[in-house]
Every structure is written in C-alpha cells, then in structure tokens.
Design a protein around this ligand. Structure first.
Ligand code: CA
Length: 218
C-alpha cells in the first residue's frame, strides 16, 4: 500500500516512515504542501496541518477537489479536528499528536475499508479479505497491496494452500527455505511475526503448540 506522508517535522516523519515500512507500507515523504500537491497521492494520504509553506487545510481541500483518495489529518491541536473531518475540508479521519504507528495503521485500515467497497469494481473484489495472486506473487488485503519480502510471500503462499491446516515447523522449513533444513527455525518465527504485522487482522497465523503454524482466513 502506498502512503503519501506530508510532514515537515523530520523526527515525526522519520519515525512514522520507519514504523509504516516495518508493517509493509510503501511511504513517500514530502515536507511541504507544495510538494504534496505535485506528488502521487498513492492509496492514502497522511497530512500534517502545520506546514511551512501553505495551510494544511488548503492542501486537504485541494487534494479532495482532485481525487477521492482517503486523507487522514495529523493534527497537533485537538480543536482543529472537528473542522477538519467535516464536509467542507474533506478529510476522512484524523490522529492527534502524539500518536503511535499502530494507531495510524488502524485509522488507515478503517478508512480504506470504508472507501474501497464503494470504489473498487465488483469483479475485482476478492471473496475474502486476503487475495494472493500466485502468478504475479502479489498480495492484497481488502483490495490494497501489501509489500512482502520474497520469503514472507513464499511462507504465506505455502500456508494459504490449505487454510486451517496445521503444518509442522519442519514441513514449512522444507517447503519454504530448503529441502534439507536441519538448523534452528528461528527465522521461521521472524517471518511469521512479519506476516502478522503486515497482514493485520485479515488473516491469523496461529501457533499450533508443539507442532507449528496454521493460517486462518478472516
Ligand atoms: Ca508541522
């Protein structure tokens, strides 16, 4: 999923970019309203209101006039927020500083869930929330692409061949990593952790105690 982040505070932007990347988001960061209006808006916009060149509210209005991309406003002042999400300005939601990356992701997913069903053509809507295009090795959750590493993709594709079925750690290691894997399987746990982060609540990679893992679709 591509995120346009408009934020002039380097510390906030860098930590948000790092956090969102960790969860599989592809972040494009700009520091000014002028740059924001020239940038590709992507799938969702995170917009700080206090920008150095122009008022963030004007940027929001202008983006809304051009497209129906979901816009989440980052606000430093609670009293701004009522106006911002009103019809006039056109933002879809807001987060107040200070905020955590998980809160931002939760807002983005909620906004996208509201927006996507109305805008996505019916024939493209996947039957479940998770869609795996094995030919293209691409993964979508709620119609939005999730960036996975090659091994994360392989692991997900393997588990998704039989949703609900428990696979042993050995089966998974053999299938996804190497046919003759005798070493520790900690790398498997690392990749399971990454999938859980990136896929959110669309799927559950459940631990089967003493055995391995199973994938449960939501
Ligand atoms: Ca600012």
């Amino acid at each position: 999923m591509r995120v346009l982040l408009v934020e002039d505070d380097d510390a906030v932007a860098e930590s948000l970019t790092r956090g969102l990347s960790r969860y599989g988001f592809d972040v494009q960061w700009v520091r000014t309203g002028g740059e924001a209006l020239l940038a590709e808006v992507g799938d969702v916009v995170l917009l700080d209101l206090g920008l150095p060149d122009v008022d963030g509210l004007d940027v929001c209005r202008e983006l809304r006039a051009r497209s129906d991309v979901p816009i989440i406003v980052i606000s430093a002042r609670a009293d701004e927020t009522d106006r911002v999400v009103g019809l006039e300005i056109g933002a879809d939601d807001y987060v107040s500083k200070p905020f955590g990356v998980r809160e931002v992701i939760a807002r983005m997913r909620a906004v996208l869930r509201r927006v996507r069903p109305a805008t996505a053509p019916a024939e493209e809507a996947p039957p479940g929330r998770l869609a795996i295009d094995r030919r293209a090795r691409r993964v979508h959750v709620d119609g939005v692409e999730v960036a996975l590493t090659p091994k994360e993709y392989d692991l997900l594709a393997f588990l998704a061949e039989a949703p609900g079925a428990a696979f042993t750690r050995e089966q998974i290691m053999e299938a996804v990593w190497d046919a003759n894997w005798f070493g520790p399987t900690k790398t498997l746990d690392v990749h399971v952790g990454a999938l859980r982060r990136k896929l959110g609540d669309a799927v559950a990679v459940e631990t089967v105690r003493g055995v391995g893992f199973r994938l449960v679709l939501r």
